[in-house]
Design a protein around this ligand. Structure first.
Ligand SMILES: Nc1ncnc2c1ncn2[C@@H]1O[C@H](COP(=O)(O)OP(=O)(O)O)[C@@H](O)[C@H]1O
Ligand SMILES: [Mg+2]
Length: 249
């Protein structure tokens, strides 16, 4: 598979609020950050702290009320509908509950996001098979999601997210429904994919063992960044136990 470089992400004063009047709640409250291309960043913080909303803003699933989001040289917050749809096509998104289509085979689930695209249509099955092989599911392409374990379903969802050749992969608690061993394997896979494709990965997680293996940890509290730590600072990336104990998760 072709190497590429991961996207750089820059947010300036992003705000997203829900509701009105006394019910108004600022889910993402003036978030500014810069993420280097090719890094793997853990987004942590208690439930309700704004992790999902921030991922949705960066993936343009939701629009910011205020602030600016720039991904590579694209000012996402200034895009209009058609350009926004094209931007979304180029971002990979992985969800906690996989969101596979139950009536479609594994292969068709992987192809699904590019079905509306004419370009390269003849190559889609081959590309999907290549991705299924990359996530270790080459032999299950004809299975239905319900016939797979949770970890396997998440692998299918990851293959699907990669179909559009994203340079940015957003993952919302991708190991949240999995036991710790399976979760660790999913993280191994994401880190391998980053190394092979040079993607930037931003993942929300509650799990200390997952966050500890990322390059950087950003903690949210009430929609704001309350901690931002570089976890690489020259130490052995394999020494996750030490890192995990340093992280108050
Ligand atoms: N669509 C929505 N409508 C109303 N409130 C929302 C909506 N999405 C999120 N919220 C609220 O915004 C806050 C942040 O939520 P969320 O981003 O899901 O946090 P997290 O992913 O960290 O648990 C929460 O208080 C949540 O209830
Ligand atoms: Mg969430």
């Amino acid at each position: 598979m072709e190497p590429s470089t991961g996207s750089t992400v820059r947010a300036d004063g992003l705000v997203r609020a829900f509701g009105a009047g006394t019910e108004r709640l600022t889910a993402v409250d003036d978030v500014s950050l810069e993420i280097a291309g090719g890094s793997v960043v853990a987004l942590t913080g208690p439930s309700g702290s704004g992790k999902s909303t921030l991922l949705h803003l960066i993936g343009a699933i939701e629009r910011a009320d205020r602030g600016r989001l720039t991904v590579d040289d694209v000012e996402v917050t200034a895009l209009r509908r058609a350009a926004l749809a094209r931007y979304r096509q180029r971002v990979g998104f992985v969800f906690q509950r996989y969101h596979l289509l139950p009536a479609l085979t594994v292969l068709d689930n992987v192809i699904a996001p590019v079905l509306p695209l004419r370009a390269g249509r003849a190559d889609h099955p081959a590309r999907a098979r290549e991705l299924l092989a990359a996530v270790g599911l080459a032999r299950r392409e004809r299975a239905l999601p319900a016939q797979l374990s949770g970890g396997q379903q998440q692998r299918v969802a990851i293959a699907r997210a990669l179909m559009g050749r994203p340079r940015l992969l957003l993952a919302d608690e991708p190991t949240g429904n999995l036991d710790s061993t399976t979760g660790a394997q999913i993280l191994d896979l994401l880190l391998d994919l980053r190394d092979q494709h040079g993607m930037t990965i931003l993942l929300a997680t509650h799990e200390r063992a997952v966050a500890a293996r990322c390059d950087r940890l950003i903690r949210l509290g009430d929609g704001r960044i309350v901690e931002d730590v570089d976890l690489t600072d020259g130490e052995d990336p394999a020494d996750t136990f030490d890192r995990a104990t340093r992280l108050r998760l």
